[in-house]
Design a protein around this ligand. Sequence first.
Ligand code: ADP
Ligand code: ZN
Ligand code: ZN
Length: 750
Amino acid sequence: MAVYVDVIVDISANSLDRTFQYRVPEHMISDAAAGRQVKVPFGKGGRVISGFIISVSDKPALDPARIKDLAEIEKGAPAVESQLIMLADWIRRHYGSTMLQALKTVLPVRRPVRAIRRVTYVLADREGAEALYEKCSKNLREKARTRLLKALLLEEQLPRETVTGLLQISPSTLKAVLKTGVMTETSEQVYRNSASAALSGWHNVTLNADQQAAAEDIRKDMAALSENWEEAKAVHLLYGITGSGKTEVYMDLIAHVLSQGRQVIVLIPEISLTLQTVSRFYARFGSRIAIMNSRLSAGERYDQYMRAKNGEASIMIGPRSALFTPFENLGLIIIDEAHEGAYKSETTPRFHAVDTAIARARLAGAAVVLGSATPSVTSYYKAMSGQYSLNRLTVRAKSGSHLPEVSVVDMREEFSLKNRSILSRPLYEAMKETLARGEQIMLFLNRRGFAGFVSCRSCGHVIQCRHCDVAMKMHYGGRLKCHYCGYEEALPDRCPECGSPYIAGFGIGTQKVEQMVRQAFPEAGILRMDKDTTSGKDDFENILKSFSEHKADILIGTQMIVKGHDFENVTLVGILAADLSMFSGDYLSSERTFQLLTQAAGRAGRGDRPGRVIIQTYQPDHYSIAAAARQDYDGFYAQEICFRQMMHYPPASHMLMLLAESVKDQAADAAMQRIRAAADDLHMEGLQVLGPSRAGLTRGKDLYRYVVYFKHDQESELIRLREHLEALIGSEDMFSHIFFNFDMNPYVLQ
Ligand code: ADP
Ligand code: ZN
Ligand code: ZN
């Protein structure tokens, strides 16, 4: 059987959609794989040029007689482009996308952007220049020349901007003076370095015993990686409470990897990529750092990539996309706050940065460090089962800094005492005291994943699906619905637990909170941070900056405010509605709640004064809230993993979501039923199927959405199922969009 390969001969974004097919000669077949560098005869003359294999197949795309043979498959260490193409192939298979989409993800900015050239004019011959100056200064028609020579004699070097701008010298005058030989022109390529302003003094800290042990463990395991990646411990979970000094451990490891001549990628969620975070790295590693964020222009991004590619930078810090930095000899990938939802891509291919980082590390022979104060249940499960190695940091690193004291306020009690304010009495009192001491307060409104669950104000009961153990959602017309299995029931008019009539949807916004707080504390300075107040480019940084300079006493915000910002003077954190994320209608809701509460609590008492945290909730006994109040991750994990195992949710099992959007309601439903039937026909052992169920209307677009969930113990079985269904869906043309998603939330209607 003949084997063919598609080859790209130029990897720049605009040529990615053009590939050429070649036949693989018999003796090279075993070497043919995506990513391999090859030599191919090209064009009419059959000139031999190099390219990369992007896919392998047994079908010729045109008349086989017209397909040329590969000249050569290159052996030896693959170039970084090969590695990234192999990674694209992994992403394509794993998350479902075309090779083109995957390639555009890993090779995103390789379009030529003109780099800035810095041109300087230098005095070459002082005597000659003085003589020329004497001569010109007497001639009124040589004013420009005189100006230039005078400046040159004074400064000896003049940047082009000064010459053309300040001195107003025309190109013809410049040319004439250059010709005399008294002045020369030099130019050098400069890269726009977007964070060079962020330098501040680096204080060399001595790692404490916990930090030292973690760093040593990881270094030791790294040494074994080059022998056999699969057998060695390549992935490390660094589980350290907020403020325990994870960043110092990262920097220690980075220094170690750099000393071996290798490079490092540090992923930080976009929202935490602030000057404060980055300047710590800058202070230690200076210009060896390149920084990426979504606010950079295409030109700036290209410059950062080039600095990485040509060896000028050895550390890339950035969000998810920084994972594809073309380092030739990558030694380490660090993912800070690895539990963050932002590490999952929301556009096709929907890759997750943690798993993709591990795939890249495998190709590069590199190590991965996942840092978190609240590891995802999945990461912790992998650490417990030996797939990752685990290191813990259990105390705050700064002496005198302690974890805050946390208390829980039962809002049902407030309700029975007829307090209808958003502020409970204990929180109100604590705010008053804090303001009187001149200290600052953060109020956190937990709206993450909030989507209209229904609860009882008297007893806190939440209506859940009897099949899936997740909160039912309120839909139009007062129906309640489960977003996993589609089960529906009418909204009861009394609480099924206690009979109270105060049963309703739950909702409040930050604006409303701001209003109420202003009423309660008219003297206090208040800042609000949410989607509305941070739409401008620098709004986010500006709000944080004013708050850190104590230009306001109270900062009110959504989950944006809880991400890793250090405010020395914040001694009180109030969590207004801890429950809002707890019933978001998917299996991750308890995990999300625990993480948010723990992180919000971690914001209090970062300085030398003790901190206080007050959690307001209708569910004080729920394990995710009780465990967060005790700062007890293990207690939370023990309960949560039981629930996942019982319900076959990840990581105990794997889950694949298929979501289809269509303009035709009934036809789409029928097609989804056919897809379900096709899955059933496979008789895959251990496969569970939920749905199809209707996931609601896309707002603004009149598109109907349907979802089906598949659960299986083996991820590889779900990948097989996905490939089977993808082939089938190709023939269903009523869908506008269809996509697959692994181990993720249901598509909730917000
Ligand atoms: P994390 O990343 O775990 O939240 P950081 O690395 O930001 O923790 O450390 C928290 C604070 O403690 C920082 O101000 C840091 O400079 C300080 N710190 C970290 N390690 C040490 C140490 N070994 N000795 C003294 N201070 C430390
Ligand atoms: Zn009730
Ligand atoms: Zn259900």
